[in-house]
Design a protein around this ligand. Structure first.
Ligand SMILES: Cc1cc2nc3c(=O)[nH]c(=O)nc-3n(C[C@H](O)[C@H](O)[C@H](O)COP(=O)(O)O)c2cc1C
Length: 212
């Protein structure tokens, strides 16, 4: 099983990357082949709205990194998108990527049937994670992905989405912050659960007990 994770953060290796890394690490323990793509390393032009993709499954822009990213997704069994919350939304970097996938969707849903998942990270509690998660999930559903959630059989405490937070509480009126996503125990547990669920959903005929 091949899983590609795509990080929409402007900051390489930070909170969102750490969460995606945990999902991939857990899936890799069960034998998945994994790759983390940092969009900050890629050159992605804006969609021109030329509408070529309405006539044929092609994009008129060929000289940036989007064709290679599309190849990675087409070759993968599962795609995980991760975004920091920016004003209750995905980052502009990830949105540019999302818009440029239109050719994979308009004539034929070329990604249809693959497993898809999303996660978010934000500074504040209730900082817009749920809205951002919904935006990512709507995008995945438009492409025909089958959504995979972190909820696991027999573990009812988990939410239906993986959302991390830096806010750790108040000392009087001073904010106390976690140093990073890996200090958010619930987010860590849910990232790992998502990694296991991706494997479960991809693996037919294997018993739960055989999974890590
Ligand atoms: C432009 C901008 C907008 C942001 N908007 C929000 C927001 O609406 N809610 C929130 O809780 N945090 C917000 N944040 C904080 C980030 O979501 C947070 O720092 C996140 O951990 C960054 O992820 P990263 O470490 O992967 O880059 C914003 C940060 C930036 C730079």
């Amino acid at each position: 099983m091949k899983i590609v994770a795509i990080n929409g953060s402007h900051r390489k290796g930070m909170n969102t990357a750490a969460m995606l890394g945990l999902v991939l690490e857990e899936a890799a323990r069960g034998g998945a082949e994994t790759e983390l793509v940092e969009l900050v390393d890629c050159r992605i032009e804006y969609c021109l709205s030329c509408n070529q993709c309405l006539r044929e499954p092609k994009c008129s822009i060929r000289d940036d990194d989007m064709p290679a990213l599309a190849e990675k997704m087409l070759a993968a069994d599962a795609v995980i998108l991760g975004s920091p919350v920016y004003f209750g939304n995905v980052t502009a970097r990830l949105k540019t990527f999302m818009d440029r996938t239109r050719w994979l969707h308009m004539r034929k849903n070329l990604l249809e049937g693959k497993l898809g998942a999303a996660l978010t990270h934000a500074g504040l509690r209730n900082g817009g994670q749920e809205m951002t998660q919904m935006i990512l999930e709507r995008f995945l559903l438009s492409h025909g992905f089958q959504l995979v959630e972190p909820r696991e059989p027999g573990r009812p405490i988990y939410n239906s989405a993986v959302m991390g937070t830096l806010f750790d509480g108040l000392d009087g009126d001073r904010f106390r912050w976690r140093k990073g996503a890996l200090e958010d125990a619930l987010a860590v547990a849910m990232c790992r659960a998502l990694g296991r669920n991706l494997l479960r959903r991809a693996t037919t005929g294997r018993e739960r007990a055989e999974l890590p």
